[in-house]
Design a protein around this ligand. Sequence first.
Ligand SMILES: [Zn+2]
Length: 88
Amino acid sequence: MVKVGALRRINPELMSFIFTAMSKGTPAEGAVLSVLMIPVTFYCYDCGRTNTREDTQFLCPSCGSRNVQLLSGLEFNIEVLEVEANEQ
Ligand SMILES: [Zn+2]
């Protein structure tokens, strides 16, 4: 599983398609890539709230302040790698 922050602007379907294409002829052929999108969350220094945004604007949705700290949304982690050995 790959965790991708929403700010990476990556299309999960496109990523799976590229993975399938690139894994052909390699031991990873036939593997399934699952992509988990991580929402963009901010901490607002002005109102003290932690908010999640669907879009990628650096504004507090509660008070509109720009005085925010990005908490998540830039991830690009391989979370789980499952490998099945072929039985000979
Ligand atoms: Zn705020």
